[in-house]
Design a protein around this ligand. Structure first.
Ligand SMILES: O=C(CO)[C@@H](O)[C@H](O)COP(=O)(O)O
Ligand SMILES: [Co+2]
Length: 218
């Protein structure tokens, strides 16, 4: 699976989102962190901003919903035109139904697990998803330190995914930098979210290429 880089606009300038999207023409995805101040202790943006962003960029949007009731809201993001919609296993009360709705609306469906959530109990959901997101920080904020403790879970997830045909992407999110990305790739991740490592750099496109090159070293 080729390396894919998904810059997180959480670390971008929210007053200039169209320009910040244009600054990463070499990105595979644009990662949009939707936070509701309930599931996580932070508040970011929601559907109206995603709808505007969809008009402002041709980069597919990778919407990461860190919200209390993803079953209610996730389909609307798929309907709006997001390329991928991720719900958290810890928040969803009806993951099968919601993941199927996301797919039926034309988006890729993804399931996210917090650092302390084991992957094995979710093996039964692998047939319902296109991507598994393994959080490598506690969700809620950008700029946190990468949690090495998640590396064994990435390896376990890779083994489970291979057993299911290997078509599900494994995304990592949180503390992914030019330094930590190689360890994630070596453990089996193939889609890499990076907020501060991209939007904290003066040359955002160059930062994307450095991440891609470092991941490919693994
Ligand atoms: O979902 C989240 C945080 O909850 C992320 O997508 C962050 O936006 C990643 O930021 P960095 O750790 O790369 O700065
Ligand atoms: Co995220």
């Amino acid at each position: 699976m080729a390396v894919q880089i998904s810059p997180s606009i959480l670390s971008a300038d929210f007053a200039r989102l169209a320009d910040e999207a244009a600054a990463v023409p070499n990105a595979d995805w644009l990662h949009v962190d939707v936070m509701d101040n309930h599931f996580v202790p932070n508040l970011t943006l929601g559907l109206p901003v995603v709808e505007s962003l969809l008009k402002a960029t041709s980069i597919p949007l990778d919407c990461h919903l860190m919200i209390e009731d993803p079953d209610r809201w996730a389909p609307a993001y798929a309907e709006a035109g997001a390329g991928s919609v991720t719900i958290h296993a810890e928040a969803s009360r009806a993951p099968v139904r919601t993941l199927r709705q996301i797919r039926s609306l034309g988006a890729r469906a993804a399931l996210a697990l917090n650092p302390g959530t084991a992957v094995e109990p979710y093996e039964g959901l692998l047939g319902e998803i296109d991507m598994l997101l393994l959080m490598t920080v506690e969700p809620g904020f950008g700029g946190q330190k990468f949690l090495d403790m998640v590396l064994p879970k990435i390896r376990t997830a890779r083994a489970l995914v291979e057993r299911h045909g290997g078509e599900i992407w494994i995304q990592v999110d949180g503390g992914v930098t030019g330094d930590t990305i190689e360890r994630c790739a070596e453990a089996g991740a193939d889609v890499f979210v990076a907020g501060s490592a991209v939007y904290g750099s003066a040359d955002r496109a160059a930062a994307v290429e450095t991440l891609r090159a470092n991941a490919a070293k693994a």
